[in-house]
Design a protein around this ligand. Structure first.
Ligand SMILES: O=C(O)CCC(=O)C(=O)O
Ligand SMILES: [Fe+2]
Length: 333
């Protein structure tokens, strides 16, 4: 795949997924081209008609509010540092996504994908992120509400494959998000950002400037609150407001590594830098779902993206080693 330096983007495109299941090759190609364009120019896009009902998000939000309202000592019982895989609760300022920052002004609850049908007895006791998710016992429904959105991710993988001139099935054996979930590197994070007032020190914001680690992220933002910003190639922060009825999709480092690029060089598929600052005066909640491949998948450059003129930029590493390294860098200090 060839690439030329795109113009700095000023806005984030909105893509309509109403025809995502269409088998009409012309319709499908049209959608793939829109996605490809957004991936190469921006690395971020909104999707509408994504198939996740508003009621599910409303129920999830209610559970999140209840969880984050629990007394701190109760939340600390399931602190991520107590679990070997760093899943669980992360208190305010305990994580630091930007190496130049001094901590993220957010609290979160992170869990890895597990076989929901087999939820009583977690099966995933091997592999690089071994260990169960520490679900809060005070909120039994919390777990149920948090388990949606995977269907959409499954439908997006073939479109990314086509956008990279790969066979549609390229990712099928690399992400087992159905019954064989032991090795999936998908993670979900429930986030609460308290508001920040007055002069804001850029080293302590909601989430410092970073790229996401996995293939792509599906992000739900609480309606009506602006916080997310995306960096363009002129180093301007472009607002990514919450748009009613949409979700945000952004590419992560696994895809950037696969396409042999970095966020700081001319890109094929861009893992774009972003951050969030909550100046709204009220609390803000968001939910990123990070779609990684299976832990044991090697992140090797896709042949169409490298050549003698464009040699691979990264050492080959497995997805699990990469994610674990980033988790430790963010929370393990
Ligand atoms: O809360 C947001 O809008 C962004 C969250 C984010 O970028 C992340 O968790 O990686
Ligand atoms: Fe992010």
């Amino acid at each position: 795949m060839s690439n030329s330096q795109p113009e700095p983007f000023k806005a984030i495109p909105v893509i309509d997924l109403v025809n995502i299941s269409s088998t009409d090759p012309v319709v499908r190609r049209g959608l793939v081209e829109e996605i490809k364009h957004a991936c190469m120019e921006v690395g971020f896009f909104y999707v509408k008609n994504h198939g996740i009902p508003e009621e599910i998000m409303g129920a999830t939000l209610a559970q999140m509010v209840r969880f984050f309202d629990l007394p701190l000592d109760q939340k600390m019982e399931i602190e991520n540092k107590k679990s070997p895989n760093l899943m669980g609760y992360s208190p305010i300022l305990s994580g630091n996504n930007d190496p130049n920052g001094e901590g993220d002004l957010q609290e979160g609850f992170e869990f890895k994908f597990e076989a929901f049908e087999n939820a009583v007895k977690p099966q995933d006791d091997e592999g690089i992120l071994a260990g169960a998710n520490p679900w809060p016992k005070e909120l039994p429904e919390f777990r149920q509400a948090a388990h949606r959105a995977l269907e959409l991710g499954r439908k997006l993988f073939p479109l990314f494959a086509l956008a990279l001139d790969l066979p549609e099935e390229f990712f099928v054996d690399k992400m087992h998000l159905s019954t064989q979930t032991k090795h999936s590197a998908a993670l979900m994070r429930l986030l609460h950002y308290p508001p920040q007032f007055g002069e804001i020190d850029n080293r302590v914001i909601g989430i410092g400037a970073h790229t996401d680690w996995e293939c792509f992220t599906i992000l739900w933002q609480q309606p009506g609150i602006q916080a997310l910003q995306v960096l363009n190639s002129s180093k301007e922060w472009i607002d990514a407001p919450s748009i009613e009825g949409t979700l945000v999709i952004n590419l992560g480092d696994e895809l950037a590594r696969w396409t042999s690029n970095s966020a700081y060089a001319d890109d094929v598929f861009t893992s774009t830098i972003h951050r969030a600052i909550n100046r709204s005066g009220v609390r803000r909640y968001s939910i990123p779902l990070f779609f990684g491949t299976d832990y044991d998948v090697r992140l090797e450059p896709i042949p169409s993206c490298v050549s003698t003129d464009r040699p691979p930029r990264y050492e080959v590493i497995t997805a699990g080693e990469y994610i674990k390294g980033r988790l430790q860098a963010t929370y393990g200090h």
